[in-house]
Design a protein around this ligand. Structure first.
Ligand code: S3P
Length: 170
């Protein structure tokens, strides 16, 4: 089986759904944010604060390059901004089948209310920021993905089933 990579906006459930999908297919699972945090021994917020977003984006690209040499097939969830670099989009599609988990702005806001771990959504005017970022990123996510699956109103197990149908269409 090929690697499966889940992309999409913050709050779409990439990590939760990815873990459940990996379990149902008996595959390994890894999340790029968690791998970067483990490698640097820093939280994403600390990396943004101390080294800036550009340094974090470079780490994401380096990590993707490392994942390409992994031999064991796996399910990967990747940070919401990772596909924004063109170079990363090419790497993602080389890595495996890319699934875009689409989400409405209201669902993002509902799910991430009170969240303090995402530097891009801290501060004021969060709704405007979510709407603008989603509007900018949605075409990029669509261009990267082999399949898109909407998450609004669905359970994790329903999403796993839907993704499995995309992976095995007949
Ligand atoms: C980001 C998404 C986050 C994390 C960082 C930046 C983004 O990951 O990589 O805070 O640019 O959308 P999640 O999508 O897992 O929240």
């Amino acid at each position: 089986m090929q690697n499966v990579i889940l992309i999409g906006f913050m709050g779409a459930g990439k990590t939760t759904v990815g873990q459940a999908l990996a379990q149902s297919c008996s595959l390994a699972f890894a999340d790029t944010d968690q791998l970067i945090e483990a490698k640097t021994n820093r939280t994403i917020s600390a990396i943004f604060k101390e080294q800036g977003e550009e340094a974090f984006r470079r780490m994401e690209t380096e990590l993707l390059q490392d994942l390409l040499s992994e031999e064991r097939p796996a399910v990967y969830s990747v940070g919401g901004g990772l596909p924004i670099r063109e170079e990363n989009r090419t790497l993602l599609r080389r890595l495996g089948t890319v699934i875009y988990l689409t989400i409405k702005p209201d669902t993002v806001l509902e799910r991430l209310k009170g969240d303090t771990t995402r530097p891009l959504l801290s501060g004021e005017h969060v709704r405007e920021r979510v709407e603008e970022l989603l509007w900018l990123r949605d075409p990029v996510y669509r261009e990267t993905a082999h399949w898109s699956v909407s998450v609004d109103g669905k359970t994790v197990s329903a999403l796993v089933e839907e993704i499995l149908t995309c992976l095995n269409p007949e």
